[in-house]
Design a protein around this ligand. Structure first.
Ligand code: RAM
Length: 355
């Protein structure tokens, strides 16, 4: 996109130089057009309408993300609509994205329900001149310009095994993973890391008995947790790498009077988890700040759309209060921008957070 605006600027300068030559004294040679500095390229005035697309609506994690997106939108003087499908489903998401492409928005920031299925849709958007970033959950590199990554995969996977190990105690025991949907790119990547970390000698006393899927649906997640209690009476820990799954699992443990016997950990939001940290069903969990993640995503999407950066490694931009970021390339994740490290919440700090 940036090239287009450079070209328009150059053509304008050349045309202007002809006009000046035609009108000016004929003896004087026309001055050569000044070299165009990248910083001089003005943002196209029409690039003000963007959309933040969550995996699904009604999920407090994404709603919190939207508060950060709106903060960035206010600072940048742009509009960011928040539109998603009712369920965390790739085909519903594709239908929505197709309609947004037809509306010719300036940019899309998508949390993907499927890594590969969304590639053609992402490509269609980019072909239409729309800046495409993913945030939270990535489309495969061919289907987006950049992924805005909450934290390193390794860090997110490892911290969950560390927490599970602390909760299982010295003797270890059976653990299960209660995930989001079976196609969720982010959860699947984290589960892969967790399975690898579990092969380390330090975690030899933890036995992963099953991975089940609650589809980021509260009721389904609750029922899956209950099914785990029945199937594995010796279960020690449920790791739910999803904010929907962890809250539903902690509620299921609480309702089943299993506090102290089955512990829940994983990724959650402080407001949803506070009561479960306090009642002991989920003494610790981790997360990054979803508002910051979406805030950063809006800055990156806008920088791409107005040609301030190209989607290439080494490109730098400033994301408001979060400061400067550099686009990096990763063999698995492709071009991405990294927000930071996951943070562990527990009884000592949970009341410091109000989101
Ligand atoms: C859920 C979603 C989201 C994930 C968080 C941790 O809200 O699945 O994609 O990043 O959990």
């Amino acid at each position: 996109m940036k090239n287009r605006y450079l070209l328009i600027t150059l053509v304008t300068l050349i045309v202007l130089s002809f006009v000046i030559t035609a009108c000016g004294p004929t003896a004087e040679p026309a001055p050569a057009p000044a070299p165009v500095e990248e910083e001089e390229v003005a943002a196209p005035a029409e690039c003000t309408n963007y959309v933040l697309v969550p995996k699904n609506l009604g999920n407090p994690y994404f709603d919190t993300g939207n508060t950060g997106a709106q903060e960035a939108a206010g600072e940048l003087g742009i509009t960011v609509l928040y539109q998603g499908s009712a369920t965390a489903d790739a085909s519903e998401q594709i239908t929505l994205l197709n309609s947004l492409i037809a509306q010719q928005v300036c940019g899309l920031a998508i949390s993907a329900n499927d890594s590969d299925a969304l590639v053609p849709t992402g490509q269609a958007a980019m072909d239409a001149g729309i800046a495409v970033v993913t945030w939270d959950s990535a489309i495969a590199p061919a289907g987006r310009d950049l992924h805005i990554n909450q934290a390193e995969l390794e860090g997110i996977g490892r911290v969950q095994i560390e927490m599970a190990s602390r909760l299982a105690g010295d003797d270890g025991g059976q653990i299960a993973i209660l995930s989001a949907t079976s196609t969720a790119p982010n959860q699947n990547a984290w589960i892969e890391v967790m399975e690898e970390v579990l092969t380390e000698a330090e975690y030899a006393n933890l036995e992963l008995v099953e991975v089940v899927y609650g589809d980021d649906d509260d009721t389904k997640s609750y029922n899956e947790a209950q099914a785990l209690f029945t199937k594995y009476p010796d279960l020690k820990v449920i790791i739910a790498p999803t904010t929907v799954g962890i809250a539903a699992s902690a509620r299921a443990v609480t309702d089943a009077d299993l506090i102290g016997q089955v512990f829940v950990t994983g990724l959650g939001t402080p407001n949803q988890m506070r009561e479960y940290v306090k009642n002991g069903s989920s003494p610790e969990f981790a997360l990054w700040n979803p508002a910051d993640l979406a805030y950063l995503s809006v800055y990156a999407m806008h920088a791409l759309a107005i040609g301030e950066i190209e989607a290439q490694a080494g490109a730098t931009f400033t994301a408001g209060r979060l400061g400067q970021y550099t686009v990096q390339d990763d063999p698995d994740l492709g071009l991405n921008v990294l927000l930071g490290m996951p943070f562990v919440y527990d009884g000592d700090n949970i009341d410091d957070f109000d989101w």
